[in-house]
Design a protein around this ligand. Structure first.
Ligand code: PMP
Ligand code: GLN
Length: 384
């Protein structure tokens, strides 16, 4: 039979999240792998979605998203970051951050364009660049601090470079990029006329006084940055898949061109519920942040008592741990052993590295889980 696969998808792997969650189900393992809360999102938001359905808000939304949600997104950006994104021309609602990333990258990348990724990268970032025919280039965030060398970044830039993909707070390391780091990236973007795609889905999950700085707020950056976020993380409803992209009018036009031919519009009642959620975010955030901070502390403290030494995350809902020396060949062997023989699913982070083999020395654990789930996960690590 003829080869059915298009060339551009041949190198794309199955997502490690699907692989590990499937293994978790098969082996009835505790799942500290795939990043999603194993508890429900707020009931008042669910009630609002029901209400929208009962009020006949069940047909297609406008392609860019319902106006009340776009305005609510504009308002929170003004309130928390003093950025003036206009609902009409700068904000697009998408099927999760995943679709926003896909549309943004399809919108700006031509075959042969180079895109710089910080590794470990979120796996969709690399896949999206490949789907657009772009060439991903990598700079490693090296442990223990997961920092990078700005000179190395500069050396990667050449006339083919079109964009840099940033993710802060960072999945999987929990790094929150500092102002100085963002300034160094911004300076290079301005100097070489690059677009920044900034994945900020964990924008409200920062700990210990680390604050999230959207790179679009730096001088000269609002006009060359596509900022992407997701209500899936902010309101703990990953299954609703309501994300968004904010950018200047020209970039937004380009993103919307792709979005209209990808999904056209996304779930209407969930958009109504999320408009309400953003309008009440001030009351919601303190408890949300505290809850996650406690979960992070709980998992981190417990991991210190195991052979899997944790790197303290400054943000996101993930913790990277170093594998015990001499116990395992690499992260894949460790993740397989843990899920098959010890009933604990994790994520082997080598799936997020191309250049460095540092991923082979760690595992990623997710703490967006009920205390009970965290406790049984920890128990399994202690019993090893
Ligand atoms: N970017 C990052 C860094 C993520 O961690 C995730 C999901 N965990 C996404 C994008 C995808 O977001 P969504 O579920 O809204 O598509
Ligand atoms: N972003 C989630 C994670 O990092 C997974 C999302 C997905 O499964 N596509 O675990």
């Amino acid at each position: 039979m003829r080869n059915i696969e298009a060339d551009r998808i041949k190198t794309l792997p199955t997502s490690i999240f699907s692989t590990m969650s499937k293994l978790a189900v098969e082996h009835e393992a505790v799942n500290l792998g795939q990043g999603f809360p194993d508890f429900d999102g707020p009931e008042w938001i669910i009630d609002e979605a029901f209400r929208a359905m009962k009020e006949s808000k069940n047909q297609y939304a406008p392609s860019a998203g319902i106006m009340s949600l776009r305005m609510a997104i504009g308002n929170i950006n003004k309130k928390y970051y003093d950025i003036g994104w206009d609902a009409e021309t700068n904000i697009t609602v998408t099927a999760g951050a995943t679709e926003a990333l896909y549309c943004a990258i399809q919108a700006i990348i031509n075959p042969g364009d180079e895109v710089i990724l910080f590794e470990p990268y979120y796996d969709a970032h690399k896949a999206d660049v490949i789907l657009a025919g772009g060439i991903p280039r990598f700079i490693t965030l090296k442990k223990p601090a997961f920092d990078f060398n700005a000179n190395e970044l500069e050396e990667l830039i050449n006339p083919k470079t079109k964009a840099i993909i940033l993710n802060t707070p960072h999945n999987p390391t929990g790094k929150v990029f500092t102002n100085a780091e963002l300034e160094s990236i911004a300076a290079l973007a301005v100097k070489s006329d690059l677009i920044i795609i900034s994945d900020e889905v964990y924008e409200f999950l920062t700990f210990d006084g680390h604050s999230h700085i959207p790179i679009a707020t730096l001088p000269g950056m609002a006009g060359r940055t596509i900022t992407i976020s997701s209500t899936g993380k902010t309101f703990g409803m990953t299954g609703w898949k309501i994300g968004y992209a904010c950018a200047n009018a020209a970039l937004t036009d380009a993103i919307r061109k792709v979005h209209q031919w990808t999904t056209f519009a996304v779930n209407t009642p969930a958009q109504h519920a999320m408009a309400k959620a953003f309008n009440d975010i001030e009351n919601y955030l303190p408890d949300f942040r505290l809850k996650y901070q406690r979960k992070r502390d709980k998992l981190y403290e417990a991991l210190l008592q195991t052979e899997f030494k944790p790197h303290l995350p400054q943000g996101s809902y993930f913790i990277m741990v170093d594998l015990p020396p001499d116990r395992y060949e690499d992260d894949i062997e460790a993740a397989k052993d843990l899920v098959i023989n010890h009933g604990l699913a994790t994520i082997p982070p080598s799936a997020f590295y191309t250049k460095s083999d540092e991923g082979g020395t760690m595992l990623r654990l997710c703490f967006a889980k009920r205390d009970r789930t965290l406790e049984s996960g920890i128990e399994k690590l202690k019993r090893l």
